[in-house]
Design a protein around this ligand. Structure first.
Ligand code: C5P
Length: 219
């Protein structure tokens, strides 16, 4: 570990999408490259933290020097997250699928000769952020994310209350922003003191600023 303001601290980071199987070869998922979560884990590591990085199937490789736990589904992500506690800080950057396919098939579904399309039914996935923020082994600082396409600050502020987390990092993921899958981000940090608009920065710089804020909050 490098020496830094987060030396001796354990930080849990969730990142990437989850994949919810339809059958062995098909799934539903959220759009998430895992780039911002990976950058955050990197920045926290660079400030000296011991990082547990729970990641769904992301487009970018996980950082070196962190404990990587690879998962596919939301249920697996919840189990891995709870197994990683206790932690001083949790940063929940994963784009968790809200629903899983309740009638997933154990074998590959075949096209029906009659042309009938399959009907999927969905069950709600556990809310990992809420479980951690309202759980008994609650980290001192719990940070959630909010990807919104309109009224970003209002929705994210409401989400902070609903989830019971300390901070929300909100971003506008409207297609026109190019943020989804891109290398830059433009976030609003929601804390108990209100909303702070950060400038458009690289995801790496956004992550470094967030890591510094986390270190300050723990001081
Ligand atoms: O409710 P929504 O998905 O918009 O909330 C986003 C925040 O909640 C993110 O921090 C995300 O990682 C977390 N989340 C979660 N488990 C879910 C859904 C969202 O941890 N099932």
């Amino acid at each position: 570990f490098v020496e830094g303001p987060l030396s001796g601290k354990h930080v849990l980071v969730t990142s990437g999408p989850t994949h919810e199987p339809i059958d062995p070869v098909r799934y539903i998922a959220n759009r998430s490259s895992g780039a911002q979560g990976t950058a955050i884990a990197t920045a926290l590591r660079d400030l000296g933290a011991r990082v547990t990085f729970v990641t769904g199937p992301a487009d970018v490789p996980p950082p070196a020097g962190v404990d990587v736990v690879r998962v596919q589904t939301a249920q697996q992500m919840l189990d891995a997250t709870l197994a990683a506690l206790p932690a001083d800080v949790a940063v929940m950057a994963a784009a968790v699928a809200d629903w899983r396919v309740e009638n997933a098939s154990g074998s590959k579904m075949k096209k029906d000769a009659s042309g009938a399309a399959p009907v999927l039914s969905f069950a709600e996935n556990p809310d990992i952020l809420k479980t951690v923020a309202q759980g008994t082994t609650r980290p001192r600082l719990v940070v959630g994310f909010a990807a919104e396409t309109d009224d970003v600050t209002a929705h994210a502020t409401a989400k902070r209350g609903r989830k019971g987390c300390d901070w929300i990092v909100a971003n506008d993921v409207s297609p026109a922003t190019g943020i989804m899958g891109g290398s830059e981000n433009s976030v609003t940090l929601i804390t108990d003191a209100g909303a702070e608009d950060w400038p458009r920065l690289s995801k790496a710089e956004t992550a470094r600023r967030l890591a510094v804020r986390i270190a300050e909050a723990l001081r």
